[in-house]
Ligand binder design. Structure first.
Ligand SMILES: O=P(O)(O)OC[C@H]1O[C@H](O)[C@H](O)[C@@H](O)[C@@H]1O
Length: 564
């Protein structure tokens, strides 16, 4: 089957000429990986390797997605078409080309668009959708993935990524496109007028909104030095701008400030991985800095390094989330600014410490599936009912949102608040690691960690499915000798607790398994929806940090053996 599709592409008159040679040089395995299926919408839009093929990101699969999105907008009528779509893009290979092409395809459907003049963060695209009262948005980015990837995120009129029910309406239309190579992007001269280039005005509004999140704008900033890196991506200008206006002392990692699709001066642009901090750590030591802040290329994630007793500690997404929660909620209470019925959001695979902190401050925690779109969806829901007031949202995957004038993770906001927290605690003689240690002593010693199995290509995808399917049907009674007290299966919507089955409600079906253990820990497993990985999440509770750590290692070993 894949061979027929491959042949069709190879000989199609509309094939982008740059792909011809790549196709001709593919071996059988490459052909099969590139053509055995069509690229799908996952955790955060459509994401995949760049290159020719139905299972790749290229001008043809992007056009196909745009036709689906355009038809979806047209189905919503003239007003939706007139309100149009905001379009942003990052520094990746082909991002600019795909963004411009998207505007043109939309124009052929008489849909208005607002395209950024140059690269911008994902959160600013979400902001622009709201700013122009657009009907939707497109962000061309593969976020934190390696340089070989690109992707396409779709937004609704609130600036939130399309949730499955809406995405499905687009996907059905995308799937109905029979020949993606037949789509062209040739608007008429009149239709071209529907494309507006945007820039500075939106920047200015966005910066002002980001600056408005400050809780202690007059905190003493003189004793904290920040090392900041945008990892060659879109955070460069906004974060520097916001820091400068707010008066923070920072040094940027110059070699990583130039927009570069190859991420030449970093081993990885993903703040979840240690290599993203290599150069920043060199700067930090040279500059005798206090904290390091790392943004991913589309500036929706933030990683944090903290100097504590002369050593550098890299915080996990759960830990930086915990520090932000502690700081923001304590300040809101102190200033008598905590709203009634406050609510915080995180996901079913986010660690427990954040929720414990929220409890302490009387803030309810609601959980969603992985993907910030589900948090954005909840924000919109409560905005309508006014039943609860949003005070924070975050995920273990290094993304958070402080104020919901954006409806996706917002690293410029996170960088500003984290810097403020570092200055605030420094005045009290504490580092952010001290703040974490205090939280552990008060609320329990949690080690929240993650491991993953990289399993690429068609075979890898099948292996991941097999792992989940096998676990799903195995009756796992104990892990590392510790009893499983509760099992949740988010795909089959099942809970098994004390031998009794009940229904798991409140979530869209999703391939996630979660085991709760007798010692207060839990382990969750799911396939990544953005990378070819099977992810394992551990939230382990111990009597001390050392105890939590040794238990974590034992659980990880037990899971490794179980998977084998
Ligand atoms: O675990 P994954 O499916 O790869 O998703 C990990 C993360 O990817 C992106 O950053 C999404 O925007 C997040 O919402 C998600 O948590």
């Amino acid at each position: 089957m894949y061979k027929d599709v491959y042949e069709k592409w190879l000989h199609h008159p509309n094939l982008d000429p740059s792909y011809k040679e790549v196709l001709e040089n593919m071996d059988e395995k490459e052909k099969s990986d590139a053509f055995y299926t069509t690229i799908e919408f996952g955790t955060a839009g459509m994401r995949g390797l760049l290159g020719p093929g139905t299972n790749r990101i290229n001008i043809h699969t992007i056009r196909k997605a745009n036709v689906g999105f355009a038809e979806y907008i047209v189905a919503h009528g003239k007003e939706a078409m007139e309100r149009g779509v905001a379009i942003g893009y990052d520094n990746r290979h082909m991002s600019y080309e795909f963004a411009m092409d998207s505007a043109k395809v939309l124009a052929t459907f008489n849909i208005r668009s607002y395209v950024f003049e140059s690269l911008r963060p994902t959160p600013e695209l979400s902001f622009a959708v709201r700013h122009f009262n657009c009907f939707g948005g497109i962000m061309v980015t593969a976020s934190h993935n390696p340089k070989e990837y690109n992707g396409y995120k779709l937004y609704d009129e609130k600036g939130c990524q399309l949730v499955p029910a809406l995405a499905q309406q687009v996907i059905d239309r995308v799937n109905a496109v029979e020949d993606e190579l037949a789509i062209t992007a040739n608007p008429s001269a009149d239709q071209e007028k529907l494309i507006t280039v945007i820039g500075k005005d939106v920047d200015e509004e966005y910066y002002e909104n980001v600056l408005s999140i400050q809780l202690n704008p007059n905190v003493n900033k003189d004793n904290v030095k920040i090392i900041f890196t945008p990892e060659h991506g879109t955070a460069n200008i906004p974060v520097k701008e916001v820091y400068t206006r707010a008066g923070y002392h920072f040094v940027a990692v110059e070699e990583q400030c130039t927009p570069d699709p190859d991420f030449s001066n970093t081993p990885t642009p993903n703040p979840e991985e240690k290599g993203a901090y290599d150069l920043a750590l060199e700067y930090a030591k040279r500059e005798d800095a206090d904290i390091i802040l790392v943004c991913d290329p589309d500036a929706d994630r933030m990683g944090v390094g903290v100097k504590h007793e002369g050593e550098w500690h890299l915080l996990t997404g759960n830990q930086s989330g915990a520090v932000l929660i502690e700081y923001i909620f304590s300040q809101l209470i102190d200033k008598d600014r905590m709203p009634n019925n406050p609510v915080m959001f995180n996901t079913v695979v986010t660690g427990d410490l954040g929720e414990k902190i929220a409890d302490k401050y009387g803030v309810a925690t609601e959980k969603t599936l992985t993907g910030f779109k589900f948090i954005g969806e909840k924000v919109a829901k409560y905005e309508k009912t006014n039943e609860k007031q949003y005070v924070f949202g975050y995920e273990e995957s290094y993304g958070s949102l402080i104020k919901p004038f954006v409806r996706d993770k917002d690293a410029p906001q996170a960088c500003l608040m984290l810097a403020e927290a570092a200055c605030y605690y420094k005045e009290k003689g504490k580092t952010l690691v001290d703040v974490l240690y205090d939280l552990y002593a008060e609320l329990g010693y949690y080690e929240e960690s993650q491991t993953s199995l990289k399993l690429a290509g068609q075979e890898g995808a099948a292996r991941i499915q097999e792992i989940l399917a096998t676990l799903r049907t195995s009756d796992v009674e104990a892990i590392n000798g510790v009893k499983v007290t509760r099992f949740e299966d988010y795909k089959e919507c099942r809970i098994v607790e004390d031998g009794k089955e009940s229904e798991l409600t409140g979530f869209t079906k999703s391939d996630v398994l979660k085991y709760y253990l007798e010692d207060g820990s839990w382990i969750a497993i799911r396939p990544s929806g953005t990378e070819p990985k099977c992810k394992f999440y551990y939230c382990v509770k111990g009597t001390s940090l050392e105890d939590a750590h040794s238990k974590t290692l034992a659980y990880q070993k037990a899971m490794d053996e179980m998977i084998k």
